[in-house]
Design a protein around this ligand. Sequence first.
Ligand code: FES
Ligand code: FE2
Length: 430
Amino acid sequence: MLTKENNDLICRVGAGTPMGTAFRRFWLPALLSSELPAPDCDPRRVQLLGEDFVAFRDSDGEVGLLDEYCCHRSASLALGRVEQGGIRCIYHGWKFAVDGTVLETPNVADPAFKQRFKARAYPVREAGGLVWVYLGPAAQAPPFPRWPFFALSSSHLLPVYAVVNCNYVQVMEGLVDSSHLTVLHTAPLKTTGGSELDFAKKTAHMQFNAAARIEAEETEFGFHYVAMRPISDDPDAGVMARIAACVPPCFILNPNGDLFFALVPVSDTRTLFFHVWWDAEKKIGEEPLRSRQLEFVGLDQAALDAYGLSLATCDAPHAACRANNFLQDRPAQRRGHFTGLPSFTQEDAAVSMSAGPIRDRSKEILSVADVALPRLYRALMTCAKQAAEGRDPLGLHADTTNIVGVSGKLEPGAHWRTLAAQHKVIATAA
Ligand code: FES
Ligand SMILES: [Fe+2]
């Protein structure tokens, strides 16, 4: 449970807010590299933390992120032309390089004029199939993270995101809440038995026990938590421990060991829900594996568009929302489908959005199944307060090469923590 003040503290991310200040101290994924597919391709409008930007790939293939509104008289550079080393505003033709250098001002005769100022530009890096941006003070930029999947080529990566119309914290909560899997995802989990997909195999055992034992510990980087379940309905078969790692303000490593999440706020009430799967052996970034994986979890383009979970459709009249009861298919439910929603992604999005644009945490009743949530709240509050005090926020110095999500069978008497022995535990009490 959180007071309204503390709920606002962790949820509000606009400029000048404590959590907004924290987010602006991190490198954040903003879009997929594939959304800027070639040099001089069309620019893209990018909204992050309640602010508007434009992203473009110049003639050399470099990606730039500038304030969306032209520094001359505020026309949108998302309407601009990307050509010959920069982006040109279509209003008066001012042209900007990826670093904000003003290349041309054709409506001003004085050639020195353009040297007097720059457009506001932000540092950009590409890694893991994602375009990462840093929106904070230049002098405080942290080293670029080194998440494990950065080492793989695009054939072995599957990056994708859904756009969810609610605050980022309530999407994040679903990722540190193993107990909902066996209930909310009853229908898609049933289909995992015969599937050849690794994701399906890694989650198939969950259908045997809804009341997983959950524990959480504070770690140097944030926290990790475990869900422990019998491996099958045979009581002697042992226990499977699934450990997720959470790095504030928005990064999670899934227990499957090959799946990274980032929950990046577009605004206080809209979230980019990034997933990156990686596989050093299989070419999951290529067909047919790519489409099979995305379709299985409801993240293929057609499924995202149909539900209003893409940037192109999240404001469309048909997008899932309260007014259309989140597109729940009641006849399908009566025929036996548990939720009446298409797959994992739509089920997660529906319950997250159904709690309201920003969930009221003063009214919740948490149980032993929810022990990771107070950990999450505390980690986010710490992160926000530290940033507001001008200190480096929790998570900023996380050793991203050494954090894992992991699953494994627990030997009798073994502590689950041994599966993630590299995580430095700070506190074990709830
Ligand atoms: S508003 Fe962009 S060049 Fe004038
Ligand atoms: Fe879920």
